[in-house]
Design a protein around this ligand. Structure first.
Ligand code: PLP
Length: 458
């Protein structure tokens, strides 16, 4: 692409992005298309000859955007509501421009060293110990899998050469994210060795049941090796009692991994930092800046006190990747399954510098306040009931009239397509999830959505 053509196309794209960010409500949040519709509209085969850029960009606008569920829409309240931001978007363009691969320090010193620096900054903002080693993964799922791998290596180093044998047991809660069990599956732990510990009335892991399960497994000749607690569960943002779980793990010599993919960001806000109590005692911790730190998908920050076990499990250096030993030159490939490492740290660096700690704290705090205010409104309406506490920026609620009425309400909201709410099942009952986390969401968005819910509830 000649430089002048690039410049012209680049300006058009930047204009489109700027318009989009100035008014992200101008595109409908959800599409009305049916599965397969987009496939049917696109050619079955790639072009033999190159096409003009204008045609490609027009199809992006006319075909791709209208076939999208727009996560960046301020009324996207499903899953965890996430958002990108201007500095993060611009950093993504620069990441692609330099196209560096930080496999080893030498393959791009900036990729490695900026990752060390930004993860150090984030660790400080979250109040985590300075001794935590940080590494970026694409997702929390991969980070948690690495935690389980490190835990297993610590418990049984021979697995590296001998392969795993059955009987190593991992503990998590009934409300843990499915990525915990998936990580165990991928590592060959075996589904029957994943224990899902029961919950209290606020959907938090019950430590006494964890202790009991460990004792029973030891008595049965099994080998407990790892527990995964959650700060901010996916369904309700429950916060497991990490201090009590950490005490059990220390006493029983189990690795403790804390999944703070979303809720870990509470550590940013001084008055909510207590939600991270006990996390400094964890062996590893994950938080996803792409969830609540306005960084484009994908960026998951993984920390561990024991990077040596990752290294012990994964370091493998073929001749083409050898480099001179230098104690300050970190080769991230020694600590992760993936060899390739894109320059994700750049976008976090841009976001952290552009907003600064005070503004980030103010936004996250405001999200939590908006959710709590919504929870009060919902509680005050006699047709609705809250289904779980609201410690963070997610409100779980339902119609008192029951599952059928709640399901019909959700269907009406979906058909309206001006807001996108989520759902889960708690204690066997259908529950609406209203997640706040988008940087563009305003009080007006919440008021309009609440009015829609009230109208649609009948
Ligand atoms: N952990 C929690 C608590 C989550 O809510 C999620 C996703 O929402 C994950 C892990 C998985 O995150 P990722 O998509 O980064 O793998």
């Amino acid at each position: 692409m000649p430089a002048e053509e690039f410049r012209k196309a680049g300006h058009e794209i930047v204009d489109w992005i700027a318009d989009y960010l100035a008014d992200p409500r101008r595109h409908p949040i959800m599409t009305g298309i049916a599965p397969g519709d987009l496939i049917d509209k696109l050619p079955a085969h790639a072009p033999a000859r190159g096409e003009p850029f204008d045609a490609i960009f027009r199809d992006f606008q006319d075909l791709i955007v209208p076939s999208s569920t727009l996560w960046n829409h301020p009324r996207f309240f499903n899953f965890f509501s996430v958002s990108t931001s201007g500095p993060g978007i611009l950093a993504e363009a620069l990441i692609a421009t330099l196209n560096m691969n930080g496999m080893i320090w030498k393959s791009s010193p900036a990729v490695t060293e900026l990752e060390q620096v930004t993860l150090g900054w984030l660790r400080d903002w979250l109040g985590l110990p300075g001794s935590f080693f940080g590494i970026i993964h694409d997702t929390a799922s991969l980070a948690t899998m690495h935690a389980i791998l490190a835990a297993r290596t610590k418990a049984d180093p021979a697995i590296r050469t001998e392969g795993s044998s059955p009987g190593m047991v991992l503990y998590t809660s009934e409300q843990a994210h499915s990525s915990v069990e998936k990580g165990a599956l991928a590592l060959g732990i075996g589904q029957r060795y994943v224990r899902k510990i029961g919950l209290d009335s606020a959907y938090r892991m019950r430590p006494e049941l964890l202790r009991q399960a460990i004792a029973e497994d030891r008595a049965a000749g099994l080998r407990p090796f790892c527990a995964v607690a959650t700060v901010g569960t996916t369904a309700t943002t429950a916060i497991d009692p990490v201090p009590a779980i950490a005490a059990i793990c220390e006493e029983q010599d189990l690795w403790l991994h804390v999944d703070g993919a979303y809720g870990g960001h509470a550590g940013l806000v001084p008055e909510y930092r207590a939600y991270l109590d006990g996390c400094a005692r964890a062996d590893s911790f994950v938080v996803n800046p792409h969830k609540w730190l306005f960084t484009p998908i994908d960026l998951s920050a993984f920390y561990t006190r024991h990077p040596q076990y990752l290294r012990q499990a994964l370091s493998l250096v073929p001749s083409y990747l050898q480099s001179a030993e230098n104690p300050r030159a970190l080769n991230y490939m020694d600590y992760s399954i993936a060899l390739g490492r894109r320059f994700r740290a750049l976008k976090l660096w841009f976001v952290m510098r552009y907003f600064g700690q005070e503004r980030i704290v103010a936004i996250v705090r405001h999200h939590i306040e908006m959710a709590r205010e919504l929870a009060q409104r919902i509680e005050a309406d006699p047709r609705f009931e809250l289904a779980a506490p609201t410690p963070l920026s997610l409100v779980c609620f339902r119609l008192k009239a029951g599952d059928q009425a709640t399901g019909e309400l959700l269907a009406r909201i979906d058909r309206d397509r001006t807001a996108f709410l989520g759902q889960t099942v708690l204690d066997g009952r259908l529950t609406i999830r209203w997640a706040i986390g988008n940087i563009h969401t305003t009080q007006h968005d919440l008021d309009e959505t609440w009015a829609l819910l009230q109208r649609s509830a009948g």
